[in-house]
Design a protein around this ligand. Sequence first.
Ligand SMILES: [Zn+2]
Ligand SMILES: [Zn+2]
Length: 333
Amino acid sequence: MARLGSWIEAHATGIHVPAGDFWIDPALSTERALITHGHSDHARGGHGHVLATPETLAIMRARYGEAGHAQAISYGEKVWIGDVSVRFVPAGHVLGSAQIVLEYRGERAVVSGDYKRRHDPTCPPFEPVPCDIFITEATFALPVFCHPETRSEIERLMAALAAEPDRCILVGAYALGKAQRVIAELRAAGHDAPIFIHGALQRLCDLYRDFGVELGELRLATGLKPADLAGQIVVAPPSALNDRWSRRLPDPITAMASGWMRIRQRARQSNIELPLVISDHADWPELTATIAEINPAEVWVTHGREEALVHWCGLRQIRARELALIGREDEDD
Ligand SMILES: [Zn+2]
Ligand SMILES: [Zn+2]
């Protein structure tokens, strides 16, 4: 009998499935690409044919313009590509994010893309799918990464705002996913004042709203006097935290929403006064609990700290291997 998963080729530039002649999240442009979600390390422009959720296609259109032939697939819908059946199910990572379920000759493989198990008001939750091969991400695959409850991080943010009414809080958050999630979590915690955003966030915030995600009143933070922003929350991409743009803000408390804020040294190096451990990736307990729950025959590990997770699988008699995919983690945390 052929080795399990012999019909799936893992290349440095992505996962190729010859029986359907398609790639998943390829780093180079290909004739046919299946895209798990809109982050730039997974979704690139220039493919001939793209299959993705309607939300991911809209995100790709906003970032790369119209390109090639786009085919939308809803969560749960099944299509055949060549001899391979393909289904997208929620990954709980960002708006439109999906795991891709592949079935071929009686074997089932699930490509997780990026995922998390925490509640996220901006996308449906991760759906565990039993399978033979689970191809998992490993961004935070070390036991040190144990993310606190999101609600407690949002409460720390609101407490800091209340304690310093003459300052503003400048929150660094990635433009796709994290920014909208932080805004939606603030709303859920009862913060109903306008939230000010950097211009670079506007288009994706509008796109989230078009798909029904409530973000409350947002205002552009440009062209305002410092006094207008005292006591307010301003959300900006991480690149804007220490540039000229942020110098016009009234003595900002610089915050950053990222799983990497679990590492204090990392927060200090980037002059983050208020590190918020809010991640769109599974932490170590979530990664290991998910593998235990899905109980696959094999785990293929990509996207980060592969060795620890491969070792963990080995201790539990689960066959595991590292895939060395290039160019991951460009804008993910
Ligand atoms: Zn991602
Ligand atoms: Zn990623």
